[in-house]
Design a protein around this ligand. Structure first.
Ligand code: SF4
Ligand code: SF4
Length: 112
């Protein structure tokens, strides 16, 4: 899957408004602290493509099932301390990420 358009759209819609973006335009979270937006981009796009619903909860449920379940920060009981403290950029801005991905898809459809 070509992720470049999605990466750019999410950068513009999410990262540019995120408190964690550095002045050089790159995320300041690196190494083991890297944000799920960067780590799981392909999975996030797949999750969004697998759901067609007006309810954000349906997308969140799929995110938990397909992304959070594989994330090293999630505990075996399904809790996540980063999520609980609103410190996961992916979780915090997930609604905007969904919008960004769906906007890319709509633009693609208009071209055909
Ligand atoms: S923390 Fe996540 S959402 Fe925020 S700038 Fe970094 S990659 Fe983007
Ligand atoms: S909410 Fe927690 S488990 Fe889910 S991606 Fe973010 S850090 Fe990982």
């Amino acid at each position: 899957m070509n992720l470049e358009k999605y990466r750019q759209a999410i950068h513009n819609k999410v990262c540019l408004h995120c408190i964690t973006l550095g002045e050089n335009g790159r995320c300041t979270l690196t190494g083991v602290d890297r944000c799920g937006v960067e780590l799981y981009l392909e999975e996030i796009v797949r999750v969004v493509h697998s759901i067609n619903s007006p309810r954000l909860e349906d997308y969140v449920e799929a995110l938990r099932k397909h992304v959070c379940s594989k994330c090293q920060n999630q505990n075996p009981n399904g809790t996540c301390s980063l999520r609980n403290q609103a410190e996961c950029g992916l979780d915090r801005y997930f609604a905007l990420a969904v919008e960004a991905i769906e906007e890319v898809d709509q633009k693609k459809k208009k071209k055909f």
